[in-house]
Design a protein around this ligand. Sequence first.
Ligand code: DX5
Ligand code: ZN
Length: 227
Amino acid sequence: MKKKIIVAPSILAADFLNLETELNRLVEGDIKWLHYDVMDGHFVPNISFGKEILKQIKRKYDFYYDVHIMVTNPEHAAKELIEAGADLITFHYEACENPKSTIETIKSLSEDISVGMSIKPYTSVDEIVQYLPYLDLVLVMSVEPGAGGQKFDIEALDKIEQLRSIIDEEGYDCLIEVDGGINDLTGSDSVMAGADILVAGTYIFKSFDVKEAVEKIYENLELEDDE
Ligand code: DX5
Ligand code: ZN
């Protein structure tokens, strides 16, 4: 399969005592997207990090900053994170009363911002189809948001397939991202189902060689293609 995959390592799985070394490994591994998970301890039980760390990383590293906000008040968090350097803000559908107005508010904060919407494992694709024309990205959670290192829920594959066919049929300009439990196998399955971007925390940061870890996903795709 010739499809180009974007792998977005989730910094949540990095060794924070050696953050610079970890980020350098990503650069050496040709990684272009950095997935930055913001948790508020309310929408999800954990608290992760906020704008200050993003600002500092951005000062030194030229990634595409893919910011996933697992927060109860997405519009407030989006403003702070856009100021800190986010390129893409992905909020949770489940966190808003009026998702269309949340999309519009975030878009109004900056000319250059891209907006994504994420759905938890129990949320169906049908619920969010109406918002696809206004989104730059849709994020399918393949684990319950809130922590790294969980097991991939294969039901995410059906959702990705469903989204792929709607987006292609309607000609929407909306990327599909998947997040949670991604490794070389679940990653290639997700790409086969139609995903454009794979978020991978544990798999990438715990790998010995980042480039090889990405290569493995491509190798599995070729194997699946031969079957
Ligand atoms: C979970 C986060 C994910 C997480 C992925 O709530 O949104 O981005 O860091 O971690 P892994 O790849 O370890 O499942
Ligand atoms: Zn995430």
